[in-house]
Design a protein around this ligand. Structure first.
Ligand code: SAH
Ligand code: SF4
Ligand code: F3S
Length: 472
C-alpha cells in the first residue's frame, strides 16, 4: 500500500513527547472553559488494548480527562480490528451513530486508528461516506496523535496519515494502564507468517522485536509499582529476537523476566505451533512464576487444510509438542484457536478437526467461522464453503468441545488454587472474579479490598466456562 498522506501541512517533527507538550500548551491557551474529555473504544486483540493504553496515557498528558460515555467526550478514538468481517461491521455501525453526537458538540474530534486504518479501501470508504471522522492514523504512527489533533483543531480539516510500516518508537511514551496489578508488555510487533486467511501481516507490518533491555526495564518498572502479573505480547513470540543483532531467543528473555523479583505470574501469547521448542517448554516447567498455561492455536485438524492455510506444521507435529508440554508442565491449561469452513474444507477435513480437539483435550478454545479478508490469498479461493455448511459445522464443533471444557473444569472441583483477584461480578457486588494460574476464570464471595491480590480459593463447583469457589 502506498503511504496515504492528506495533511493540510506536513506533519511537524513534533511527534511523540514533544507533540504532547505543544498540544498541552495549545489546549490550555485555547480551551479555557472546561477540561477536554476523551474516550477510547477498543476492538480486537491484546495488541490493540495495549496501544489504547498508550494513547490514553498520551492524551491524558495532553490535558484530556477520561469519561465513560461517548456523549460526554470531546475526543472519541476508535481503535479498530479487521480480523473478521463482523469486527469491521461493528466499527462502521458505531461510527454511523457518532454523526448525530458530533452535531451537538462541534468541537468534538473523532479519530479512527488501528488495523482498519491500514487498508486503503477502508480509508477510501471513510473519506467518501464518513465525513464526520476527523483523524485517521494507522498502527505504525499512534505517536502522532497529538500532532494530528492539533492540526485538526488549528485548520479544522480532516487529517489522514497512514504508514505502511514503521519503527515502533512509541513504546516509551506514557501509558495509562487499565489495571494496576496485571498488564501487557509488548515484546514484538508485526508478523512474517502470512497464514493464507489472515490480514494481520498486512495491518501490522513485518516482525520487529523490542530490545531485551527495553522490555526488562518495563517489567522492572511494573514490578516496582506492585504489578503481580504480566502478559508478554507478540503474534508469534517464538520468533522473538530473529530480527535483532544479538542472539537472544524468546526462552532466554523469559528466563530473565522470571528472575525479576515481585512479578508472581508470567504469561505470554501467542505461540505459533511451528516454532515452539522443547527448550521453551522446559523453561516454562522450570520456573514457578511462568504460568501453567499454553495458548497454542491449531486452526484445523486436517493436514491438507493446514497446508492450504500455510501454517507449516502437521497435526502430528503439533500433537507431539502439545503432548511434550503436557508431560513436563504439571496441570497445564491448554487453549487454542479454531477456524471452521476454511475454503476447500470437506466433511472429512472437518471430522479431522473434531478428532483433533478430542485428542488434544483443550481446556478452552476460541472458535471462528472462516471470514474472507480482502487481500489475503484464501479470500479469492474459488472453493468457498457455503454459509449454512459453515454454521452447521460450527454448531457441531461446539457440541464436541463444550463437554470437554466442562470435564476439564470438573476435574478441578475440590482443589485449592491460587487466584489473582481481578474485579467484582457485574451482577452481584459480593462476588469477586479472578483467574487461577492456569488462567481459569473463577467466581467466589469476598471483599472488593482483595482486588489485585493473590488468594487461595477452594473450587466447589464447575461449569463449562467458569469455576465457583470459596476463599480458604
Ligand atoms: N498470531 C496468532 C493469531 C492472531 S489472530 C497465531 O497465529 O496464533 C487470532 C485468531 O483469529 C487466529 O488464530 C485465527 O483463529 C483467527 N482468524 C484469523 N483470521 C481469520 C479469518 N479470516 N477468519 C476467521 N478467523 C480468523
Ligand atoms: Fe495471522 Fe498467522 Fe500471523 Fe497469526 S501467525 S497473526 S494467524 S498470519
Ligand atoms: Fe484485529 Fe489487528 Fe489484532 S486485525 S486481532 S486488532 S492485530
Amino acid at each position: 500500500m502506498e503511504e496515504i498522506i492528506e495533511l493540510t501541512q506536513e506533519p511537524t517533527a513534533q511527534t511523540g513527547e514533544l507533540g504532547i507538550t505543544i498540544l498541552n500548551q495549545w489546549i490550555r491557551e485555547n480551551y479555557t472553559e472546561h477540561p477536554l474529555t476523551y474516550i477510547i473504544k477498543t476492538w480486537g486483540c491484546q495488541m490493540n488494548e495495549r496501544d489504547s493504553e498508550i494513547m490514553a496515557g498520551v492524551v491524558e498528558e495532553c490535558g484530556y480527562t477520561r469519561v465513560d460515555r461517548e456523549e460526554e467526550a470531546d475526543l472519541i478514538v476508535y481503535n479498530t480490528c479487521l480480523i473478521r468481517e463482523n469486527a469491521e461491521m461493528k466499527v462502521f455501525g458505531n461510527l454511523g451513530q457518532l454523526k448525530a453526537l458530533k452535531k451537538k458538540n462541534p468541537k468534538m474530534r473523532i479519530a479512527l486508528c488501528g488495523c482498519m486504518a491500514q487498508k486503503e479501501h477502508i480509508v477510501e470508504k471513510l473519506k467518501k461516506s464518513y465525513p464526520h471522522v476527523d483523524l485517521v492514523f494507522g498502527t505504525h504512527n499512534i505517536h502522532e496523535l497529538p500532532v494530528l489533533l492539533m492540526d485538526s483543531y488549528k485548520v479544522n480539516r480532516r487529517q489522514i496519515h497512514v504508514l505502511e510500516d514503521g519503527v515502533k518508537t512509541y513504546q516509551n511514551l506514557p501509558s495509562r494502564r487499565l489495571y494496576d496489578f496485571k498488564g501487557f508488555v509488548n515484546i514484538m510487533f508485526g508478523c512474517n507468517n502470512f497464514c493464507s486467511y489472515c490480514v494481520v501481516p498486512y495491518t501490522r507490518g513485518r516482525e520487529q522485536s523490542r530490545s531485551k533491555d527495553e522490555i526488562l526495564a518495563e517489567v522492572q518498572e511494573m514490578a516496582d509499582s506492585g504489578y503481580q502479573e504480566i502478559t508478554l505480547l507478540g503474534q508469534n513470540v517464538n520468533s522473538y529476537g530473529n530480527d535483532l543483532d544479538s542472539s537472544v531467543v524468546f526462552a532466554d528473555l523469559l528466563e530473565e523476566i522470571a528472575a525479576i523479583e515481585g512479578i508472581k505470574r508470567i504469561r505470554f501469547m501467542t505461540s505459533h505451533p511451528k516454532d515452539i521448542s522443547h527448550h521453551l517448554i522446559d523453561i516454562m516447567a522450570k520456573y514457578p512464576t511462568i504460568c501453567n498455561q499454553l495458548h497454542l492455536p491449531v486452526q484445523a485438524g486436517s493436514n491438507r487444510i493446514l497446508k492450504k492455510m500455510n501454517r507449516k506444521y502437521t497435526k502430528e507435529s503439533y500433537l507431539e509438542k502439545l503432548n511434550y508440554a503436557k508431560s513436563v508442565i504439571p496441570n497445564l491449561t491448554i487453549s487454542t484457536d479454531l477456524i471452521v469452513g476454511f475454503p476447500g474444507e470437506t466433511e472429512a477435513d472437518f471430522q479431522d478437526t473434531l478428532s483433533m480437539v478430542r485428542e488434544a483435550e483443550y481446556d478452552f478454545a476460541f472458535s471462528y467461522l472462516y471470514s474472507p479478508r480482502a487481500g489475503t490469498p484464501a479470500a479469492t479461493d474459488p472453493d468457498q464453503v457455503p454459509d449454512d455448511v459453515k454454521h452447521h459445522r460450527f454448531d457441531r464443533l461446539m457440541e464436541t468441545v463444550n463437554p470437554i471444557f466442562l470435564r476439564k473444569n470438573e476435574a478441578l472441583v475440590g482443589k485449592t488454587l491460587t487466584v489473582l483477584v481481578e474485579g467484582v461480578s457485574k451482577n452481584d457486588s459480593s462476588i469477586l472474579n479472578g483467574r487461577t494460574k492456569g488462567s481459569k476464570l473463577i467466581h467466589f464471595p469476598g471483599d472488593p479490598g482483595l482486588i489485585g491480590s493473590i488468594v487461595r480459593v477452594n473450587v466447589k463447583r464447575a461449569q463449562t466456562f467458569i469455576l465457583f469457589g470459596e476463599v480458604e
